[in-house]
Write a protein that binds this ligand. Structure first.
Ligand SMILES: C=C(O[C@@H]1C=C(C(=O)O)C=C[C@H]1O)C(=O)O
Length: 333
């Protein structure tokens, strides 16, 4: 992010800047920076530190605005804040090498929380996992373990709805997650006709499939806030297969094309939504690039595709499959 001025909060769109925004107007903050770990309190608001930047990289601070008086609390290690409309919660899943049980525990706590506080409409989840493609001591893959624990928690909670999500590498600090849920606004979870729903991936990717929608549409609010599409981390995957292994430019193009189809008129109509969006409508875009040397190519292609007003943050981190070089997410404005 290059802007020095911190814009005013705009409902369910975050403020992304180099410096934290005013704490009293916020639900919570996520620091994409040089160290990760459990969430902590700062000025009575949850702050989640994620190890997503290396030496010389700028920290990116993502601040979620509050629309009214905020209440805060803690539930089984999850720190949360809510304003009567939106719930923000952040937790630490734990050391990534025993990801399965930790993920199950953390997601169980998350589902308990949304029920107890009555924020049933989960609309966006982020998971950052150190060593995501590494092997555990048991010889399994960390990401596959994480997916197994998460799937178990979904099953135990009887949850069939899956929200938009990101599951991405981190440089350290174990595995962390944060999510947003709405009390009343309708959510529509979107699939992409070009991609197999994640929950139907074949077993070759892991014993239990991932649990996320390709995007979630949060319908317009009575407060005048517009409808928004929260686009999940999206990669160069068609059906369930990685395409263009080893070719970063082609992977970036397929990823952008996947997002364009996902948020375009035809797909939204198919999901009963009377809106249409293009890549130029995306804000708060995060681009994850596996190899630092690929940054210029990816940045050039993203710069051509997104609008001049799109704020884009780049991170050099691992992606959930060894053959994926890039992943992109964003939110329609
Ligand atoms: C890139 C993919 O998956 C990634 C992993 C996710 C998860 O496990 O929550 C969500 C989106 C992506 O960050 C994909 O399967 O298409």
């Amino acid at each position: 992010m290059h802007s020095k001025e911190i814009p005013r909060p705009t409902g369910t769109l975050p403020i992304i800047a180099e410096h934290p925004a005013e704490a009293r107007e916020l639900l919570g903050t996520v620091r994409y920076g040089a160290e990760g770990g459990p969430p902590r309190w700062e000025h009575d608001r949850p702050v989640l530190p994620l190890h997503m930047t290396g030496a010389g990289d700028r920290e990116v601070v993502e601040s979620w605005p509050a629309m009214g008086p905020v209440r805060t609390g803690e539930h089984r290690g999850l720190l949360f804040a809510h304003d009567g409309a939106v719930l923000f919660a952040a937790g630490h899943i734990g050391p990534s090498r025993t990801c399965r049980d930790d993920a199950e525990r953390a997601y169980r706590a998350a589902f308990e929380l949304v029920e107890a506080l009555e924020y049933p409409h989960v609309f966006r989840m982020w998971n950052t996992i150190a060593g995501i493609t590494d092997r555990t001591a048991a010889g399994t893959e960390v990401y596959a373990d994480f997916c197994a624990g998460r799937a178990q928690a979904f099953e135990n909670a009887g949850r069939v709805d899956m929200a938009a999500a990101t599951g991405i590498g981190a440089l350290g600090g174990g595995a962390s997650f944060y999510f947003l849920a709405h009390r009343s606004r309708t959510t529509v979870h979107l699939e992409n006709p070009l991609q197999t729903p994640s929950s139907e991936y074949p077993a070759r990717y892991g014993p239990r499939p991932p649990r996320f929608a390709r995007a979630t549409y949060l319908a317009p609010g009575r407060d005048g806030e517009r409808g928004r599409v929260y686009v999940s981390g999206t990669a160069s995957i068609l059906d369930h297969r990685t395409v263009h292994s080893g070719e970063v430019a082609a992977q970036t193009q397929v990823t952008l094309a996947n997002i364009a189809v996902l948020i375009g008129a035809e797909n939204l109509t198919r999901h009963g939504i009377d809106e249409r969006f293009g890549l130029e409508d995306l804000r708060a875009v995060k681009v994850y690039v596996k190899r630092r040397e690929d940054l210029p190519v990816v940045a050039e292609l993203c710069g051509e595709s997104f609008g001049a007003r799109t704020d884009i943050a780049y991170f050099v981190v691992d992606v959930c499959r060894r053959d994926l070089l890039v992943e992109i997410e964003g939110i329609t404005s």
